[in-house]
Write a protein that binds this ligand. Structure first.
Ligand code: PSU
Ligand code: MN
Length: 307
C-alpha cells in the first residue's frame, strides 16, 4: 500500500512555483511553540509581507488535520497561532502526523523536508536547533543538524541561540558537511546578539554571492543544505553579556523542573521572554523579519541564476 502525498498550496504559491518565480518557505513551530499569541500571528503575517515586498512568495509550512500545506492563508495562520495540542514535528514524527490526521507545526528539520518536496530551495527562520548545553549527559542534539546535512535547502537564520552550545553545534555541522556562512561579517551571530565570540567558518556579503556558492555546490553534486547566519539588526540586538545572564537563569530553572526532550527549546524561550520583560520577543521578531528579507533576495538571485 502506498499512500499518495498531496501538498496543498495556496494559489499564490502554486503560480509562483510553476512559473519558476522565487518562493521562500517558512516554518510553523516558531508560531505555535516559539512565541505567545497574538504576537506569534502578527509575526507570521509580517514575515509574509516582508517576503512579498521583496518580490518573492511566502509559503508557511504546516500539517493541518493530516494534510501537508506549503502556503497558508491569513485565516489558516490565525487559526494555527491559537490552536491547542499542536505537535512539534521533526523528521521522526512528520509522517505520523500525516498518517494519523493530526495537526503539527514543522520545525526546521520538517520544514526543510517539506520545502524540498514542494520544490522550494530557500527557507527563512529565526534560529536552528543544535547541540544543547549538557548534551554529553542528555544526548540532546536537534535533528535540524542531520537534516541540514542531507536535504538541499538554504536555511536563513540568525545563527544558533546561545541557549545551545554554539561551538559544539558548529563542530556537528562541519562533521555533516554543512557550510555555515555568516552574512556581512566574520563573527558567528548568536540570535539575539550579533556576535557569539566565535567566527563563522565562512563569510559572504551579498545574496548574489550566496546564489553563486549554491550553484557551485550543486555543480559539485553536494546534496545537503547550507546555513546562512544573518546577524540581527544593530538597533534590535540585546548584548550577549545581558543575554547570557538570562540564559543561565533559564537553564537552571529548566534543570530544576526536569524539562526534557522537545519541551526544552519552547520552555527556555518562554523563560527568557519573561526574564527580559518581552524584549527578547521584539528582538526575535526583528531578526526573523531580517532573515525573511535576505531569504527573499537569495531566492530571487537563485531563480535569476537558473532561469
Ligand atoms: N528558534 C526560535 N524559535 C523556535 C525554534 C527555533 O527562535 O521556536 C524552533 C525551530 O522550529 C527549531 C526547533 O527547529 O525550535 C528546534 O527544536 P529542538 O531543539 O527540540 O530540535
Ligand atoms: Mn532536542
Amino acid at each position: 500500500m502506498k499512500a499518495p502525498l498531496t501538498i496543498e498550496t495556496t494559489p499564490e504559491v502554486k503560480a509562483a512555483l510553476s512559473a519558476g518565480r522565487p518562493v521562500v518557505a517558512l516554518e510553523s513551530t516558531i508560531i505555535t511553540h516559539g512565541m505567545p499569541w497574538p504576537g506569534n500571528r502578527d509575526m507570521a503575517l509580517e514575515v509574509e509581507a516582508v517576503i512579498r515586498a521583496e518580490g518573492a512568495v511566502p509559503a508557511t509550512i504546516a500539517v493541518i488535520d493530516g494534510r501537508l500545506h506549503a502556503g497558508l492563508d491569513e485565516a489558516a495562520i490565525t487559526a494555527l497561532a491559537q490552536a491547542k495540542d499542536v505537535m512539534k514535528l521533526s523528521r521522526a514524527d512528520f509522517a505520523y502526523a500525516l498518517a494519523e490526521g493530526r495537526t503539527g507545526a514543522t520545525t526546521v528539520a520538517a520544514t526543510m523536508i517539506a520545502a524540498h518536496l514542494a520544490g522550494i530551495s530557500v527557507f527563512a527562520t529565526g534560529g536552528i536547533g543544535g547541540v544543547h548545553q549538557g548534551a554529553a549527559e542528555s544526548f540532546d542534539i536537534s535533528a535540524d543538524l542531520d537534516e541540514l546535512g542531507r536535504t538541499p535547502v538554504i536555511v536563513v537564520s540568525a545563527g544558533a541561540k546561545a541557549i545551545l552550545d554554539i561551538p559544539k553545534t558548529l563542530e556537528a555541522l562541519e562533521t555533516r558537511g554543512v557550510p555555515v556562512v555568516a552574512f556581512g561579517q566574520d563573527a558567528m551571530p548568536a540570535f539575539w546578539s550579533r556576535e557569539s565570540g566565535l567566527n563563522a567558518p565562512l563569510r559572504l556579503d551579498t545574496p548574489q554571492a550566496i546564489a553563486r556558492f549554491e550553484a557551485t555546490r550543486r555543480a559539485l553534486g553536494h546534496h545537503g543544505g547550507m546555513l546562512i547566519a544573518n546577524p540581527v539588526p544593530v538597533e534590535d540586538e540585546i548584548a550577549a553579556s545581558e543575554m547570557n545572564r538570562h540564559i543561565a537563569a533559564a537553564l537552571a530553572t529548566a534543570k530544576a523542573r526536569g524539562i526534557e526532550g522537545k519541551a526544552v527549546t519552547p520552555f527556555l524561550l518562554g523563560e527568557i521572554l519573561n526574564l527580559t520583560d518581552g524584549e527578547s520577543l521584539k528582538t526575535n521578531i526583528a531578526l526573523v523579519l531580517g532573515n525573511a528579507r535576505l531569504a527573499a533576495r537569495i531566492a530571487g538571485e537563485l531563480t535569476a541564476a537558473t532561469a
